[in-house]
Write a protein that binds this ligand. Structure first.
Ligand code: CTP
Ligand code: ZN
Length: 154
């Protein structure tokens, strides 16, 4: 076996988040609320060579699956990520993350004066203007949110 091959253990049960945009693995870990003290195997690979892209990150989480809100948050940062569900060492489900055209209730508007940040019963709502680089337009005030604005909230 070549010395340049990357050896990362397979997991028995859990979720592999693969093809994460290089450099965002630790953001994904944060989105999932992983502390490292869960007594589960967590594997994080950062900036490893990828066939499809220049480099990618991988996060493997033993013993759990992701909820839709977590998947949408990951899609904001890593629109090419794939979510692989592993059972008994086999990939039983592979799903590419998908960013809905409208994002509701996942992030707040970064404009403090926006009505969605007031006490009015108005839920934050954004239109996805562009996936990469990420551009979200607030439905209420028109503020354009970029990836850095989103990262601040995770
Ligand atoms: N994987 C794992 N443990 C397993 C099975 C798979 O950690 N028991 C990981 C693989 O290392 C890979 C990802 O889950 O990072 C997806 O596995 P697989 O579909 O077998 O790999 P590829 O065909 O390379 O995936 P893709 O086509 O999505 O690139
Ligand atoms: Zn707004």
């Amino acid at each position: 076996m070549s010395e340049t091959v990357l050896h990362v253990s397979k997991i028995r049960n859990g979720t592999v988040i693969d093809h994460i945009t290089g450099g965002h693995a630790l953001d994904v870990v944060k989105i999932l609320g992983i502390t490292g003290r869960e007594k589960k195997v967590i594997t994080i690979a950062i900036n490893v060579p990828s066939k499809r892209f220049k480099s990618k990150d991988i996060v493997k989480v033993g013993g759990r699956e992701l909820n839709p809100k977590e998947v949408h948050k990951i899609a904001l940062l890593a629109p090419h990520a794939t979510i692989n569900i592993i059972r008994d060492y086999k990939v039983v489900e592979k799903q590419r993350v998908q960013l809905p055209k409208i994002i509701e209730n996942i992030i707040k508007c970064a404009n403090p004066a926006c009505i969605s940040n007031s006490n009015e019963p108005v839920q934050a709502k954004f239109y996805v203007e562009n996936e990469e680089p990420l551009l979200l337009k607030c439905h209420y005030c028109g503020y354009i949110m970029e990836k850095k604005d989103v990262l601040q909230q995770f």
